[in-house]
Design a protein around this ligand. Sequence first.
Ligand code: KIV
Ligand code: ZN
Length: 518
Amino acid sequence: MSNSKDANRVIIFDTTLRDGEQSPGASMNLDEKLRIAQVLEEMGVDVIEAGFPIASDGDFEAVHEIAKTASAAVVCGLARATRMDIERCAEAVRPARRGRIHTFIATSPVHMKYKLQMEPDAVHEQVIESVSYARRFTDDVEWSCEDGSRSDHDFLCRCVESAIDAGATTINVPDTVGYAVPDEFTALIKMLFERVPNIDKAVLSVHCHNDLGLAVANSLAAVHAGARQVECTINGLGERAGNAAMEEIVMALRTRNDHMPYTTAIRTENIMRASRLVSTVTGFTVQPNKAIVGANAFAHEAGIHQDGMLKHAGTYEIMTPESVGLTASKLVLGKHSGSHAFREKLKELGYDLGDNAARDVFKRFKDLADKKKEIFDEDIVALVDDEVVRANDRVRLISLEILCGTKHRPPKAELELEIDGEIKHCRATGDGPVDAAFNGIKALFPHEARLQLYQVHAVTQGTDAQAEVTVRLEEKGKTVIGQGADTDTMVASVKAYVNALNKLLVKRKKSAPAALSA
Ligand code: KIV
Ligand code: ZN
């Protein structure tokens, strides 16, 4: 945050690893979180909210490890307004060069009465107590008034003033349920600037959810009113309809700087890479028409548009694909390429893999080059992300053979899996080849999870393109999403199912304490 003293500089606070991970099905393991944190740092994110340390040992470990490795970004952990939460959070961020404790309590009448079952005065006391306590561990303390946009203004001003007096350096106003509309949210932020006497002693932040599709609009409205920190996530991941999408906020500020003269430190050329990684790790595919990062965001199909584009790109393009890191699909190395050229390609794509990982990905690249004539950047990205996703799996696919088609009824699958280091083998049948293969997995690794979604899409064009399969499993109300890529759709399907199963095993270990709501 070198130039954050600049009055128009907006601090980008990314909560993909905390609020984003709270989306049903979007759980991530430690390696995946470390990888995402590294990409966020490289893209210039100011604050990384790495998790909710009290929520589980996994969350604690992720915050702790990211705190050890982050070199420039502030590493933040979330804590409710209790001593236990704050202590756990303080311990998790302790190794950080710059660590932040983010503590919160709800301030709206409906949350105080029904969720907290506390009187406003008691909530106010707890604001002072929690912020003062957090300040014992670090001088970077953020306080959030959960459901701030539905809170009584007098009470909100009283709590904000006390939080700042108690030592909060950032005051965050969440639109927790995505209820606000832009002019109302502008007025709320302005009201805080006008009525809270010590407001100049803290950075004002906003955190908007997207239930009405207004998260980005509300965030920008707040910046216009004086907020200088925006909390957001890659691809708009987050609880329910998600959080404000970072790529949309950053590109709106950059593209319409004439109208919104604010800056961020984000290197926007890294946006696509971050988007793809988050999508691969969580299994949440990005809708094709999603602003900035959707597959169609820069595609021009209508003849009249194409004609305009050929004459002058400015006719239909308000920002260049390159500015978000989209380069024209480049043909890359072929099957005769050596490991040196491949390592150079990885660097060009922004990957910094250790020797072992680079060797494994190179081997997979060679296998792919044997099967597929043309290899594009997107194929390499899919391979690397696939490798990361699978790094710590307890269950792995060893081999798969399928017999299907009009002459082979019912379809048969012969499957070998490695489960906790032991190779197991089985034969299974099913209604179709996918069903047969999934029945085989169930026979080798019995589980109760139900398949909720099975989806296939192609990574690039052409019949020899890699298939990317997404699978969603549900067990006792918990959902996980798995992904797999391969030129063979059936192999990709089994990889995706096995990936989801591995995530379920991680999820089973997590034991969230009661009433964890954020
Ligand atoms: O949505 C919300 O209110 C939150 C807070 C914990 C910041 O996520
Ligand atoms: Zn939130």
